[in-house]
Design a protein around this ligand. Sequence first.
Ligand SMILES: [Fe+2]
Ligand SMILES: [Fe+2]
Length: 188
Amino acid sequence: MPIVIGGKPESDFSDPIGMLGDCHKRIVRFLGVLVRLANQAAGGPLSADERAMLATRLRYFREAAPKHTADEEESLFPRMRRIDSSEIDDVLARVDSLEQDHACADRVHAEIDRLGQLWLAYGQLSPQDAAHFRELTGQLDTLYRHHIGVEDREVFPFAAKVSSRPSGNWRRNGGTPRNRRGRPSGCA
Ligand SMILES: [Fe+2]
Ligand SMILES: [Fe+2]
């Protein structure tokens, strides 16, 4: 189990839905740092601390966060589409729109990463690039607030409810959400 000093213990592999929720908290926290840098440093020279923060948050969204999306798209969502339940249609409509959000977020992340790497390489951004970086981080912030809200409040609770049913379709279809390697990858 990941160790969190002074915080609530994080979920482990016995609670894959909880692990996805923990990833959301990290996404919100790390995106918040990018938004703050975009608004406060505004493409200008960065302190050593700010450079480190920018580099680690860019790396997180480049390398770790895609594993969270893969856990949802390759494991959780396909299993939900196999659930036989009268309540599932509304949830599946949500899932379709969540996948569209993922594609949109991927494009925005790629551009944020490109601009962030420019910022790190040259020490500052042009006024146009700085404005674009700020606009993109703001877009992602809005997208994730809605996206994570839908997952946390509607999709994950439904998945958890179905998986907890002794004879639920979830179990008949192969167990709780896992990726192709046989266990949730998480996004730590
Ligand atoms: Fe998602
Ligand atoms: Fe998610």
